[in-house]
Design a protein around this ligand. Structure first.
Ligand code: NAI
Length: 462
């Protein structure tokens, strides 16, 4: 094979694309991955999950030290250095993006720098400035991810009114930050800046936060966030935002405008399909701008596949990764599968919020009879020793079979605890299976066990 002939060309190096490229190389394919940004890793590593988690960690440490160390008998004056905090975040990001480059070298995945555009079902052109290079390939995988959704009437000025990328690098702590959208991004980044001292107001169109997540979980989260000082205005429609001198004005339909010094727009993301050459191979987008695929991630065009944020389903890094693996395994072995009922979703606030499987509303809408087991962290020894007693674990199991259909957690380390239930769902386990498994004491995982016990009304510690 010549240098520019491949078995698989992956367009995009986010968690979906880079993981698919590595798995394909493990399976013996000659693989290329095209990325237009200077760093590998996509939104997640460069300007999403990783930098936001780095700032969440730093701000949480500061907040914890300020607010709760005294209870532990640790006292003293405290301050923070935002520049240092940002530098640490940047170091974490570069360590991980360099790590992807290392994995590519280790697995013989060839990296191309530039914009990838499909020419036909067996070739992709890499464009960088005026330079063009055509890659021949047997199969093409579109893993181009998503970009920030814009809001009509709200123009980003690259400084005071911006998106999550801007909010990851504010040069100083805003006095008053207005966030449009009470979704995952709004709540995570709102938490960061509130902990560092900003007054935060979240404007949300719907009459609840975290739309799509379990209602009981979301309303419990709202109570906790309010206690932490976040202000919410629900059921408000933002119609515009503008900058005047050093202030921003946010217009709300039928209500007084809000003034603040920074605005973060977090009203969702849309698939990234710009200039991909989809029309040249007959791919038409669905109504929400996504690339339609079948259960094998095959698009309408032969040999052209798509995964991750650019197709239907939750826009989550780990969902994209699993789809990437399933897709290339399908291509090479004929088998590959992802169980969408076992894909967890996590909000990295404090406490964390995590869900897997069906919500109560989804089960009611589907007419499925279920039993509910719930257990509070307040009744768990470890949570009390940690001083982290807010929240609960809720397990939903089918009447008759006792099979676990969903679980919803708000509380310390919820994002790690949910993995047990994801595994249980993957194995088709019953609530009794989880309840009868020995969980170490004293651990937070005992709350999961007790919630599973509670499905049958036999929780011990309550
Ligand atoms: P989102 O879809 O989670 O929430 C957007 C919110 O904005 C919705 O509640 C919506 O009702 C509201 N909204 C829309 N128009 C509005 C208007 N005119 N005025 C007021 N409110 C309005 O979107 P978000 O938070 O931007 O996140 C984007 C994607 O990134 C999501 O799919 C999310 O799953 C993913 N993500 C996941 C993370 C994680 O797994 N921890 C972290 C960050 C993002």
């Amino acid at each position: 094979m010549s240098d520019s002939k491949y078995d698989l060309v992956v367009i995009g190096s986010g968690p979906g694309g880079y993981v698919a490229a590595i798995r394909a190389a493990q399976l013996g394919l000659k693989v290329a991955c095209i990325e237009k940004e200077p760093k590998l890793g996509g939104t997640c590593l460069r300007v999403g999950c990783i930098p936001s988690k780095a700032l969440l960690q730093s701000s949480e440490k500061y907040h914890d030290a300020k607010e709760s160390f005294a209870q532990h008998g640790i006292v003293g004056d405290l301050s923070f250095d935002l520049e240092k905090m940002m530098a640490r975040k940047d170091k974490v990001v570069s360590g991980l993006t360099d790590g992807v480059a290392h994995l590519f070298r280790k697995n013989n995945v060839t990296r191309y720098s530039g914009h990838g555009r499909i020419l036909n079902t067996t070739s992709v052109v890499v464009e960088k400035g005026r330079r063009q290079q055509v890659l021949e390939t047997k199969d093409i995988l579109i893993a181009t991810g998503s970009k920030v959704a814009q809001l009509r009437g709200v123009e980003f000025d690259g400084d005071r009114i911006g998106d999550s990328t801007t909010a990851l690098s504010y040069p100083d702590v805003p006095k008053h930050l207005v966030i449009i959208g009470a979704g995952v991004i709004g709540l995570e980044l709102g938490s960061v800046w509130a902990r560092l001292g900003a007054r935060v107001t979240v404007l949300e169109y719907q009459d609840r936060i975290l739309a799509g997540m379990d209602e009981e979980l979301a309303s419990s989260a709202m109570t906790v966030f309010k206690k932490q000082g976040l202000n919410f205005k629900l059921g408000v429609k933002v119609t515009g935002a503008r900058v005047t001198k050093n202030k921003c004005t946010v217009e709300i339909e039928g209500a007084k405008p809000v003034t603040c010094d920074r605005v973060l727009v977090a009203v969702g993301r849309v698939p990234n399909t710009d200039n991909l050459g989809l029309e040249t191979v007959g791919i038409e987008l669905d109504q929400r701008g996504r690339v339609p695929v079948d259960a094998s991630f095959q698009t309408k065009a032969p040999h052209v596949f798509a995964i991750g944020d650019v197709i239907a389903g939750p826009m989550l890094a780990h969902k994209a990764e699993e789809e990437g693996i399933a897709c290339v395994e399908q291509i090479v072995t004929g088998h590959g599968h992802l169980n969408y009922d076992a894909v967890p979703g996590i909000v990295y606030t404090h406490p964390e919020i995590a869900s897997v499987g069906k919500t109560e509303d989804e089960l009611k809408d589907a007419g499925i009879q279920y039993k509910k087991g719930k257990f509070p962290f307040m009744a768990n020894g470890r949570a009390r020793a940690m001083g982290e007693t807010d929240g609960f674990v809720k397990v939903l199991a089918e009447v008759g079979t006792d099979r676990i259909l969903g679980a919803h957690i708000i509380g310390p380390n919820a994002g790690d605890l949910i993995a047990e239930i994801a595994l249980a769902i993957e194995f088709g386990a019953s609530s009794e299976d989880v309840a009868r498994s020995c969980h170490a004491h004293p651990t937070l995982a005992e709350v999961v066990k007790e919630a599973a016990l509670s499905v049958a009304g036999r929780a011990i510690h309550i």
